[in-house]
Design a protein around this ligand. Sequence first.
Ligand code: NAP
Length: 277
Amino acid sequence: MLRVGLIGDPVAHSRSPDMHNAAFAAAGIDARYALWPTPAADLAARIASLRESDVLGANVTIPHKLAVIDLLDALDDSARRVGAVNTIVNQDGALAGANTDAPGLAAALTEVGRGHVTRGIVLGAGGAARAAIVALADCAARAITVAARRLDHAEALVDEMQPRLPRVALDAGPLVTGGRLVSSLANADVVINATPIGMAHAPGSPLDAAQLAALPPHALVADLLTTPTALVTHARARGLAAMDGLPMLARQGALAWELWTGQPAPLDAMRHALGLS
Ligand code: NAP
């Protein structure tokens, strides 16, 4: 049996095994996707183990998406543009890094009719924020504001990403309740939450009622969290379009699955495993 898995710490909450094992079953491939919890001290050994001949590759999640880069043999264009790796492919013992988060999010935005936007806002400045910036750029955004609780993190991310995205005007702002975001919110087509705010360990909403009220009526609020969040609930209550992170999870997973198997992904089976129609 072939093997593939999720490398991160923690990973127990992940829905990726259900999704990928449904895909292997649908395609009749004798392979199993497992959770591979990996503290930082064990990362190098874990990555080395991916070179074994029965391993297709891996997904990578918090906190290793940047740290794995130095442990791989090659990066594809997607990983270079985002500056982070969420998918590793074992190519006869050589490890190639890719990023399917960005095209996965772009595909999820396209699914809901937001494949062409003008102005976006990304909340957070971590690994998922990088993918969100590239996804918005690939959806034709001309201006993107990155807002983070630590302004210096948002500024550093903008400084890093701007040279790779010359056709987009990136700027940084603070993510604070009632804060200066309001002026950018008034022009935003899409707001993407790439912080963990809304999960059990970080309850609440990254945007308060006044900030949501500042969004134009056509705006989409996209939360990358895959569990129900106050942000999505409050946005819908205000009459705004809103989506959670499950469509992105399905799309980034399908792209990763295709890299591992070389076959078109059974997207319907993967979506069904996540409870999507
Ligand atoms: P990360 O690298 O740890 O970055 C998280 C960002 O959120 C950082 O900017 C962090 O700021 C900020 N943050 C954390 N707690 C905060 C709080 N209480 N208030 C304000 N800001 C806070 O994580 P990530 O990899 O970007 O992932 C972010 C979320 O996206 C995760 O929950 C993950 O599950 C989700 N995600 C979903 C998908 C999908 O397919 N749907 C894919 C990837 C990620 P500091 O730097 O100040 O800590």
